[in-house]
Ligand binder design. Structure first.
Ligand SMILES: Cc1cc2nc3c(=O)[nH]c(=O)nc-3n(C[C@H](O)[C@H](O)[C@H](O)COP(=O)(O)OP(=O)(O)OC[C@H]3O[C@@H](n4cnc5c(N)ncnc54)[C@H](O)[C@@H]3O)c2cc1C
Length: 280
């Protein structure tokens, strides 16, 4: 059996190792498109506060980990999928009997002028983490756009860096998709006690450069000077390469409760998989 797994985050790596265990004779190929060894995004906040170094974010610690397990690791980007092969950007074809898509998601920017300026970053990849660590130093002025689940995790690390932090959240409370008004307000009070300024019901309307600083315009009238702007306003699934494959997608890849997609030999796992809704 030939298994190909595309996406070398926690879902892809765990799947590759599990397949190796349950099918010792099968061929297992793991495809990852990032320049760094497979790492966990959830370790990036610890990198920002110096609790781990870059190696500490890696999912597996030795260079020959996959080789030792007989897993072929391919550095490449999936471009398209046909019924029996995955095509990579460099033209290489990987034949499969079963394909697992574990490509996660990417951070998105809202349509606000200035978000491509130097000093404006997502906090999604290890490369983002490096850029933020350089700028979020003691005394730096930092604006965080978005106080959702991921935004708040990043916020905690930024607050510990000693930066002067302002959080701008469009909804009327923090972590709005998970917390009600009471809980959201409690988080806001906790932040303010830690000297984090929080603006709820407020949207960043423009970022521009003003000399050495960025200037962040908020639609409540505030203008905030910043050395760093971190954009944590949401993510979108990495499914573009599946166009034309017949795999049904919605917010992610639609799967049944065995993680099978609409195509019999294609499965999805991790952030990119959209499972059945059991409650409605
Ligand atoms: C700062 C931060 C903190 C977080 N903290 C937590 C936490 O505390 N708890 C929690 O539960 N979750 C947390 N998360 C979310 C968590 O990291 C994700 O849920 C998790 O990474 C999902 O794993 P995954 O393997 O599905 O996707 P990913 O980790 O996104 O991995 C997918 C991989 O596939 C690659 N890929 C994409 N497209 C292609 C392609 N076409 N070809 C080849 N490769 C491709 C991507 O580049 C990526 O390397 C955090 C996220 C961030 C950013």
């Amino acid at each position: 059996m030939q298994y190909v797994i595309v996406g070398a985050g926690p879902a892809g790596v765990t799947a590759a190792e599990t397949l190796r265990k349950v099918d010792p004779a099968g061929s297992v190929t793991l495809v990852g498109n990032e320049p760094d060894p497979p790492y966990g995004r959830m370790a990036i906040p610890y990198l920002l506060i110096g609790k781990v170094d870059e190696q500490g974010t890696y999912l597996r610690k030795s260079d020959d980990h996959f080789e030792n397990l007989g897993i072929t690791y391919v550095q490449g980007e999936a471009k398209s999928v046909s019924p029996d092969k995955l095509v990579l950007n460099d033209g290489e074809d990987l034949a499969y009997d079963k394909l697992l898509v574990a490509t996660g998601s990417h951070a998105i920017k809202p349509p606000v002028d200035g978000l491509d300026l130097p000093g404006v970053h997502h906090c999604w990849t290890l490369e983002d983490g490096r850029a933020i660590a350089r700028l979020a130093v003691e005394g730096a002025d930092v604006v965080l756009m978005g106080a959702g689940f991921i935004g708040c995790i990043i916020m905690e690390a930024l607050a510990q860096s000693g930066a002067n932090l302002t959080v701008v959240e469009a909804e009327d409370r923090m972590v709005p998709r998970m917390m009600d008004q009471t809980a959201g307000n409690l988080i806001k009070q906790w932040c303010e006690k830690k000297n984090v300024a929080v603006r709820t019901s407020a949207r960043v309307s423009e970022v521009s450069r003003d000399g050495d600083k960025l200037s962040v315009k908020v639609d409540n009238g505030d203008i905030i000077a910043a050395d760093l702007v971190v954009v944590a306003t949401g993510v979108r699934s990495n499914v573009k390469f599946l166009e034309g494959s017949g795999v049904e997608t919605d917010l992610g890849i639609k799967v049944d409760n065995t993680l099978k997609s609409s195509i019999d030999n294609i499965y999805a796992a991790g952030d990119v998989a959209q499972g059945p809704d059991f409650s409605t």
